[in-house]
Design a protein around this ligand. Structure first.
Ligand code: 13P
Length: 241
């Protein structure tokens, strides 16, 4: 009976602008095709990956809010028609490198929900704020991102929140369980029982620590999701919870 009540952890593989070829993408996808895994390949590989996965689900790394005359964009409607179930929105790499502001992120979250795509909304503080050591300031910063990014969303429970402290992404320095727990408490206080992922240097050595945090539903994984042996280890760790 307990088995049925257990919520399976969600492991989102954010491949970013990797790998180089469709052949490699397909090979990687086949290796990590497990229940609970969500694969977010770059746009050119979405359809190829879709064709070879059976248990994993598909995510886009970005989404646009409309069809029509928007050169270079891919709409939520197009992604839905392709079978994409999730979309990563507001990743710090897009906020920083493409000036993606909260008003844009809010439009993307809204469009994804309107097209039955589950947004994985990324929030998190940068290195300066982290270095200040002022936890309440960090929480206020995240709270403000949630407020702006989810403006007008009537049912935020349809959104997955990924807490990704920017200073922890790709650095090998993951966050402490104490700090992640404080952020989880803040998110729950503001949004109720939403799913929350942790992201930032998750690997087979620290996955256990993050999976065991109360209120954490899984992880958003960059680098380690490109090495199937590492990612598989994280999958088996996640199955313990
Ligand atoms: P890393 O796991 O490489 O730190 O990347 C995290 C991330 O940005 C996932 O979206």
């Amino acid at each position: 009976m307990l088995k049925f009540l257990k919520m399976i952890k969600l492991l989102v593989a954010n491949w970013k602008a990797n790998p180089e070829t469709l052949t490699e993408a397909v090979r990687l996808a086949k290796n990590i095709d497990y229940t609970g895994v969500v694969i977010a390949p770059p746009f050119p590989f979405l359809d190829g990956v879709r064709k070879v996965i059976h248990k994993a689900k598909l995510a886009a790394q970005n989404v646009f809010w409309s069809d029509g005359p928007y050169t270079g964009e891919v709409s939520a409607n197009q992604l839905k028609k392709l079978g994409v179930r999730y979309a990563i929105i507001g990743h710090s790499e897009r906020r920083r490198n493409l000036n993606e502001i909260d008003a844009i992120i809010n439009k993307k979250v809204t469009a994804a929900l309107n097209n039955s795509i589950k947004p994985i909304l990324c929030v998190g503080e940068g290195p300066e704020l982290h270095k200040s050591g002022d936890h309440s300031k960090v929480l206020r910063f995240i709270d403000n991102q949630l407020k702006l990014d989810l403006h007008g969303i009537r049912n935020p429970r349809g959104v997955i929140i990924a807490y990704e402290p920017i200073w922890a992404i790709g650095t090998g320095n993951s966050d402490s369980t104490e700090h992640v727990s404080k952020v989880v408490a803040l998110i729950k206080e503001r949004l109720g029982s939403v799913s929350i992922l942790y992201g930032g240097s998750v690997n087979p050595n620290n996955a256990d620590k993050f999976m065991s945090i109360a209120g954490i539903s899984g992880a958003l994984i960059g680098g380690a999701s490109l090495k199937s042996s590492e990612f598989k280890k994280i999958i088996s760790i996640s199955k313990r919870y």
